[in-house]
Design a protein around this ligand. Sequence first.
Ligand code: PLP
Length: 388
Amino acid sequence: MDVNKNSASLSAKAKVRVPFGTVSITEESKRLINEAIDSNWVTRGKYVQEFEERFAALFGVKFAVSVSSGTDADALSCAVLYDYGAQRGDEIIVPALTFVATGNAVFQAGFMPVFVDVNRETLNIDPTKIEEAITPKTRAIMPVHLMGKPADMDAIMAIAKKHNLYVIEDAAEAHGAQYKGRMVGSIGNMAAYSLYAAHIVTSIEGGMVITDDENMAEALRSLRNHGIVNKFEFKRIGFSAKMNELEAAVGVGNIKIFDQILDKRRRNLLYLINKFEAFQDTFITLKEETYEKIGPHAFSIIVRENAGFTKDEFVSHIESKGIDSRNLFYSIPTQCPNYAFMGKKIGDYPEAEYCSDNGTHIGIHQHLELEQLDYVVEVVKGFLTARK
Ligand SMILES: Cc1ncc(COP(=O)(O)O)c(C=O)c1O
């Protein structure tokens, strides 16, 4: 599979010069999908099993359990904790700044999310603020490796150990990220991945939970299928969250070109990190520390306080030049209206709110070429020069 193949047609179709996302579906995946259809076995079967085995091997863990989405991966991981003494209504600590799915999944599993502010430089949960959020009802910490930037796992694991809490990594955006020589996702008790179309490993829609714990893996397999334990015997309050053979066929083909996709995206990420160093007085952008490798999901750009222009002005300029972008999420408890019932007010999560009010993110995917990234840099330079 040539990871360069789709770029021209995608751009033309979308009428943008730098599209936000893309998907790589290999010829092998197409063949496997047809085989599954012809065999008349399209629900969970041999391709689901092969995909799970390949995923576990890729991430260096014993078990990978496939589910229907990254949100289900988050929710089922939380629900596993009922096997470990958790009660409905207990609390799980999550960062205030993340895709809304993280908070939703905690509720869907029957827990209360307790939001903790982030650090605008790393986009990740601020470990110095976690302990004050712990109560007798806290059962787990769920750090999110936003934009593939590893959360401060040493600090998080130390707090979890001290307070006897589980750690569920939301690695939805962190495929291929590394932290101090370890794969992100293999550090906590479980890690949840989204396999949505635009992500590095994809099954179009889908999710995966990885763990080294056999009992947790067993609970996850039960939970994805209504809490089943034996033929028509149901032990847990489960979900209907199974992956099917067609999705797994896409996943099997796609995971085989993981290295190609990762390398190309890493090249693009490092290229932009380097080019944006020239704009550090104006923007906060991702930085890679020596002890980590960022999983190249997308590239965040946050307008600094003294920049002299607003995020909206910047975004409307780059969008008018054909550079596709997305908001840098929201402070879930204070900026998502569906969370207003929690009674939090603007100002409670200043860092997350700052990132949302002043931040955007753009694509660095495998179908983007360096000329397109040079174009991004030129557009940004042009915008800044015109404002001087
Ligand atoms: C941080 C985070 N968590 C959870 C999810 C949910 O994944 P899905 O869209 O596959 O349900 C996403 C989606 O990208 C995400 O970015």
